[in-house]
Design a protein around this ligand. Structure first.
Ligand code: ATP
Length: 436
């Protein structure tokens, strides 16, 4: 049974060191979050799982890591300076600001309940602007990227030349993006600083629609493969009036959040819009010469664009469960082993010196391959609960018999089943159970 309300996850994240409110000792900084010891591991696992599927397991994509700061020319060409806006309305009664397209009822302020109190909507640009170097002025203006995608377009020619790829091929990137959201909220669902995982897939123009279908189903399957029940996911095609300025068709992968369906990822047909815009503005050729057909063309782009931080919230919500073990309520994160912060916990039954050397040695061996927790405090039952609550798939318990029989107990998070295995075959057993 997934989490019924967001608070269950927010509390668990705070209590167990996944996610903390940012700058908390100074009263917090609205809608900013810091990823703690377990959250940092899990977020990295989400991004690694994406890179694994989108780059490692394919032969037609490459990974880049582009700069976060970029000059206005990039955003002029991409259309973001003119178009990357949300409709902002002010309540004249309580002075709060809202995104007009997120209001259920435009005639009632959700902040104070006032009727017909909103100003006319005005376009609010979501990009953060700052200055590079010591002199403030328009010449030194730079923007924090609001998406990673432009890094792929401006490097198209570089990557084409150096990677020897040809369409259909993709450039992937994972990294931070920044948007001055009017109404951030719902924990890490919408923040002003977040992480994205984007692929720009360049194809011959005629093949655009077919690759769009392909990526829609590939991406939906990625979430299912990592443990989100398919009834909590859906693919929703945008209506014509929702489409971005560059898009010839977009579908969102949506997740059933406690407050309703919300976007995890957009898959867009960006056509040749971006490459043409950058070619025109930069004066550089951004096209491809196909030697087989003797044709020069500007590739079309299909873009699956996901959020790593938002997706992490979805994985946590879907994995949350409560059950009863030995007459006690247990909270458990049924995370896919690839996403779990720790794959294994090594637990010596007692803190006594007699057990410590063997337990430490097992920790050293297992941690060579996996992220492992080591916990020797409190009763073994409580330690199992603690590991269940953070989603650790397997516990390895070292007891006094281990010193005699050279065997340890493996305990499974989901079934709570325990089996005794020889230490010699522990690594093979863990591999078989985790699947990697
Ligand atoms: P929304 O409609 O929710 O504002 P969007 O359609 O503007 O999102 P895209 O530009 O398609 O989002 O960005 C791709 C992905 O990046 C989104 O699906 C989401 O997972 C993530 N993302 C976008 N904005 C944010 C944000 N403010 N906080 C966290 N993740 C975000």
């Amino acid at each position: 049974m997934p989490a019924k309300d967001l608070e269950q996850i927010v509390n668990l994240c705070k209590r167990r060191g996944f996610v903390y409110p940012s700058a908390e000792i100074y009263g917090g900084f609205r809608s900013s979050y810091d990823y703690g010891p377990l959250g940092a591991l899990m977020l990295r696992n989400v991004k690694d799982a994406w890179v694994r599927a989108m780059v490692q397991q394919r032969d037609d994509t490459v990974l880049i890591d582009a700069a976060i700061l970029s000059p206005p020319a990039v955003w002029e060409a991409s259309g973001h300076l003119a178009n990357f806006t949300d409709p902002l309305v002010d309540c004249t009664s309580c002075k709060q600001r809202f995104r007009e397209d997120h209001l259920d009822d435009r005639s009632v302020c959700p902040g104070c309940g006032a009727k017909d109190s909103f100003t006319e909507a005005r376009a609010f640009n979501l990009m953060f602007k700052t200055h590079a170097g010591p002199i403030e002025g328009s010449g030194a203006e730079v923007y924090l990227r609001p998406e990673t995608a432009q890094g792929m377009f401006v490097n198209f020619a570089n990557v084409l030349q150096t990677s020897r790829k040809k369409p259909p091929f993709g450039i992937a990137q994972v990294g931070k993006s920044f948007r001055n959201e009017i109404t951030p909220g719902n924990f890490i669902f919408r923040t002003r600083e977040f992480e994205q995982m984007e692929l720009e897939f360049f194809v011959p123009p005629a093949d655009g629609p077919q690759w769009y279908e392909y990526w829609c189903s590939e991406r939906l399957n990625w979430y299912v493969g990592l443990g989100i029940p398919s009834e909590m996911l859906r693919l929703r095609a945008h209506d014509a009036d929702e489409l971005s300025h560059y898009s010839a068709g977009t579908s969102d992968v949506e997740f059933l959040f406690p407050w309703g369906w919300g976007e995890l990822e957009g898959i867009a047909q960006r056509t040749d819009y971006d490459l043409k815009q950058h070619a025109t503005h930069s004066g550089e050729k951004l096209d491809y010469f196909d030697q087989a057909t003797n044709e020069r063309y500007v590739p079309y782009v299909v873009e699956p664009a996901a959020g790593a931080t938002r997706t992490m919230a979805a994985f946590l919500l879907a994995a949350y469960d409560e059950d009863e073990v030995g007459g006690e309520l247990r909270t458990i994160l049924r995370l896919h082993p690839r996403l779990a912060p720790f794959k294994v916990a090594v637990l010596p039954l007692s803190k006594k010196d007699t057990l410590t050397p063997l337990a430490k040695q097992i920790h050293r061996t297992v941690s060579d391959r996996y992220m492992v927790d080591y916990d020797d405090t409190q009763s073994i039952g409580r330690r199992y609960r603690r590991q269940d609550e953070v989603g650790t798939p397997l516990c390895v318990t070292v007891d006094f018999d281990s010193l005699e029989d050279n065997a340890v107990t493996i305990r499974d998070r989901d079934t709570t089943e325990q089996v005794r295995v020889p230490i010699d075959s522990l690594m093979g057993e863990l591999l078989a159970r985790l699947g990697f």
